[in-house]
Design a protein around this ligand. Structure first.
Ligand SMILES: Cc1cc2nc3c(=O)[nH]c(=O)nc-3n(C[C@H](O)[C@H](O)[C@H](O)COP(=O)(O)OP(=O)(O)OC[C@H]3O[C@@H](n4cnc5c(N)ncnc54)[C@H](O)[C@@H]3O)c2cc1C
Length: 299
């Protein structure tokens, strides 16, 4: 690192820190340091950070709630942009606009209390709005993009863009936003009785608590479901439930969740993934594809 990103971003409101260990920010609690962590104060500061990183040729990754990323033990080179300060929620009738850094659980809590329904379909997903859009996070009850009416993003050239439904191209667990960075999203919700919303939310939460290890350190589902089947079922039948490498274990509750039992490492996580894939391949001839993202594992 022969430059000082802090100096280059002196005009940006927010924080720029060097050599920040990412583990504590990740849902899995695993991951080494990022060379730089940038936490802009507002949308225009995020756009400035993106432009400066482009001009200086600094690789830039965007971190949301860290609930779908495994960071290498050696960390990541370049900069990580964290948008936790973009945390405003604004209501306009049935439309609710949330910054990329608002967490889905807090957005759900806020909209449920004012009698706007829809987000309870995403109950239990520990994402930030930006990450939920990027991944088109969803459950059996619905997906993020079904509830969206518009998005504000910043391109990798630092230009702000607003686009509506006609510009959306979501797929299964992929918002189709390519390398754009989500700054805010507007959801179109449905007026409903707060008690009815609360009951649907509670029922989903109860089901989730019974079938998924939600209170443990994980990245949610490790593998995508193959067409017509469930990765968790294949893993279970292949006899890989509760398989353990180091301090990472396949959950006994749901085969597609890997748990960090304490001092787990990213290296053990990846070894366990490979072993589980091997077992499923040998038993079913199915190649499981990761849903989770990996940072810092490039050669
Ligand atoms: C206990 C648990 C349960 C889960 N249940 C579900 C579930 O039911 N359904 C489901 O779909 N997922 C689930 N997940 C996975 C995860 O919550 C989702 O993939 C979620 O969308 C990730 O959001 P995040 O904010 O944590 O993003 P991160 O994990 O931080 O990032 C994920 C990806 O999104 C990108 N990204 C993040 N923010 C932005 C942004 N502002 N702009 C552009 N790109 C961005 C990142 O660069 C990365 O590529 C679960 C995870 C856990 C730990």
């Amino acid at each position: 690192m022969d430059f000082d990103l802090r100096q280059a971003l002196a005009g940006m409101r927010g924080a720029v820190r060097q050599n920040v260990v990412l583990g504590p920010m990740m849902h899995l609690r695993i991951g080494g340091p990022a060379d730089w962590l940038i936490e802009p104060y507002a949308e225009e500061d995020a756009a400035l950070a993106v432009r400066v990183c482009r001009d200086l040729d600094v690789p830039l990754r965007v971190l949301g709630g860290g609930s779908n990323v495994v960071v290498a033990d050696a960390g990541v080179r370049g900069a990580v942009l964290h948008l936790g300060n973009l945390n405003r929620i604004v209501r306009d009738g049935p439309l609710v606009t949330a910054g990329a850094g608002v967490t889905l659980p807090s957005l759900l809590r806020a909209t449920k209390e004012i009698g706007l329904a829809g987000l309870e379909k995403l109950t239990g997903i520990p994402a930030m709005v930006g990450g939920a859009v990027a991944m088109n996070a969803g459950t059996r009850d619905g997906e993020t993009f079904e509830l969206l009416s518009s998005l504000t993003t910043v391109t990798r050239d630092g230009d702000l863009r607003v686009f509506g439904r006609e510009g959306f191209h979501p797929r299964y667990r992929d918002g189709g936003i390519e390398d754009e960075i989500v700054l805010q999203a507007t959801f179109v919700l449905t007026p409903d009785d707060p008690q009815a919303i609360f009951e649907r939310f509670s029922a989903s939460l109860k089901k989730r608590n019974a079938t998924q290890p939600v209170t443990q350190r994980s990245v949610g589902c490790v593998f995508r479901n193959p067409p017509g089947d469930a990765a968790g079922r294949l893993i279970e039948v292949a006899g890989a439930k509760m398989l353990r490498i180091g301090n990472i274990e396949v959950s006994g509750l749901h085969g597609n969740y890997f748990i960090n039992l304490g001092a787990g490492s990213a290296a053990d996580f990846v070894s366990l993934m490979e072993e589980v894939r091997r077992r499923v391949r040998e038993r079913f001839g199915v190649e499981l594809e990761p849903e989770v993202k990996f940072w810092g594992f490039e050669p």
